[in-house]
Design a protein around this ligand. Structure first.
Ligand SMILES: Nc1ncnc2c1ncn2[C@@H]1O[C@H](COP(=O)(O)OP(=O)(O)OP(=O)(O)O)[C@@H](O)[C@H]1O
Ligand SMILES: [Mg+2]
Length: 244
């Protein structure tokens, strides 16, 4: 099962990604947790204290795998060993930090992007583990080719009108990119009115509505892991129903 998590800034993507990964690992599943958000903080929500070097910054490895400066380079390098060597093992989770996709106007974007794409390809098409990918607000790490490997895009939304607009846009983008299923998670739901608002306005299948939790705000002020692990069990059940 391969799940990508996206949505508007600050809606709770990373909280939900970390909670899902930890819950699944706790239940004995083998899980890859991938931080594909350039503004990365999944590691700290998982509880990983060491500094993790982004794959995009493994310059020597990238050179070795993809090829040298200029000239010819390999579009589909073999990166299985990179996943083994650079994934951080933590509580039954293998964690990888992707780092930023380079834009076309930077000189070395081809090599690094080929490398990152090969990592995503390998994770999505060759690994048996569950893959949970925190995509951040964008889905740049997914191409038309890799999107087919994603079973489900979870779009995390807050009960606001603006969040509904973004939800519609992300859904459209995801479907255009070739992701077969898109499901919505309403987060930070404070009352019945917000529940109704989400139920009425989310543009597709709602997999869970997660209540607002004051403890999370407290933890984000005092440090510690703000998670909704107990609340994602229901979400996992829904995901299993549709992805199997
Ligand atoms: N159910 C919830 N109740 C209360 N606060 C929440 C809830 N879910 C997330 N938060 C809080 O909202 C803030 C943003 O959460 P998080 O970092 O997971 O969002 P994000 O979508 O990953 O943000 P970004 O777009 O910056 O990556 C955090 O302070 C988090 O603790
Ligand atoms: Mg985040």
């Amino acid at each position: 099962m391969k799940i990508a998590i996206s949505g508007k800034g600050g809606t709770g993507k990373t909280t939900i990604s970390a909670s899902l990964a930890l819950s699944l690992a706790e239940d004995g599943f083998r899980v890859y947790a991938i931080d594909a958000d350039p503004d990365a903080n999944l590691a700290s929500l998982l509880g990983i204290e060491e500094k993790v070097k982004p794959l995009a910054e493994l310059e020597e490895i990238i050179k070795k795998k993809v090829g040298g400066e200029g000239g010819l380079f390999t579009l589909n390098p073999e990166v299985d060993d990179v996943l083994e060597d650079y994934a951080v093992d933590f509580k039954g989770i293998k964690f990888l930090q992707m780092g930023g996709i380079k834009k076309a106007n930077s000189s070395c974007y081809c090599r690094e992007n080929s490398f990152l794409k090969a990592v995503i390809d390998t994770l999505l098409f060759e690994k048996d583990e569950i893959v949970i990918m925190d995509m951040g607000a964008g889905i740049e790490h997914l191409t038309r080719g890799t999107s087919r490997g994603v079973d489900l895009m979870l779009v995390v939304c807050e009960p606001t009108v603006i969040s509904m607009e973004t939800a519609g846009n992300v859904k459209k983008l995801a479907l255009e990119a070739g992701i077969p299923r898109v499901g919505f998670v309403g987060n930070k739901v404070k009352n019945e009115a917000e529940r109704e608002f989400l139920t009425r306005n989310l543009p597709g299948e709602i997999l869970a509505l997660i209540p607002y939790d004051d403890l999370l705000l407290e933890k984000s002020l005092t440090g510690g892991q703000p998670l909704v692990t107990d609340k994602v069990k229901e979400l996992l059940k829904q995901i299993e129903k549709i992805v199997g």
